[in-house]
Design a protein around this ligand. Structure first.
Ligand code: ZN
Length: 184
């Protein structure tokens, strides 16, 4: 019997240097299942992220939208300015919307974020009973819904957020890359 060929060292065996922001979806990605409304909400989140960058904060923006499609809050990353480690964009919109609603739970809401949420924010989304999370770019270092952990839709928790990613990921990644380049 002929001995089988050993599999060769295929193309792509070597990984390029790992970067924080995943940009693989920028080229040749299949069309994503997002509506034009989704896109317009994410564009508002990107504008908030640009404001954060202008303030010297890591550019991350978020928009919280009700089940009826009404914007409940727009927020941006501000931990430096507020001297508050919890002042992430997601926490900002959850706080504002919960205060307006008079309820820490925001069932039926969708959150649009320009970067994959961290551990703290992923946990807060579950506690707030957010129905759907749409994020743009992955955060390979701190991302807690896909990259490092999968907290938002974990079968171990009592509430699962529907997670969709990649909407306007290139725009979000470029914003972040420019920000970090400028700081070097
Ligand atoms: Zn966060």
């Amino acid at each position: 019997m002929k001995s089988a060929h050993k599999p060769g060292r295929g193309a792509g065996a070597r990984q390029p240097t790992r970067i924080t922001i995943e940009m693989t979806r920028m080229a040749g990605a299949p069309p994503l299942p997002f509506s034009t409304a989704d896109e317009s909400f994410m564009r508002i989140a990107l504008e908030a992220a640009a404001v954060a960058a202008a303030e010297g904060e890591v550019p991350v923006g978020a928009v919280l939208v009700s089940r009826a499609g009404e914007i409940l809050a727009v927020g941006r990353n501000q931990p430096i300015g507020r001297r508050d480690p919890s002042a992430h964009a997601e926490i900002a919109v959850l706080r504002e919307a919960a205060a307006k609603a008079g309820n820490y739970r925001l069932p039926g809401a969708t959150i649009y974020v320009t970067l994959e949420p961290c551990v703290m924010c992923a946990g807060a989304l579950v506690i707030a009973r957010i129905e759907r999370l749409v994020f743009a770019a992955r955060d390979l270092r701190f991302g807690a819904v896909r990259s490092k952990f999968q907290l938002a839709d974990s079968p171990l928790l009592n509430h699962r957020v529907r997670v969709e990613e990649g909407l306007l990921a290139a725009e979000a990644a470029v914003l972040l890359a420019r920000f970090f380049e400028g700081r070097r």
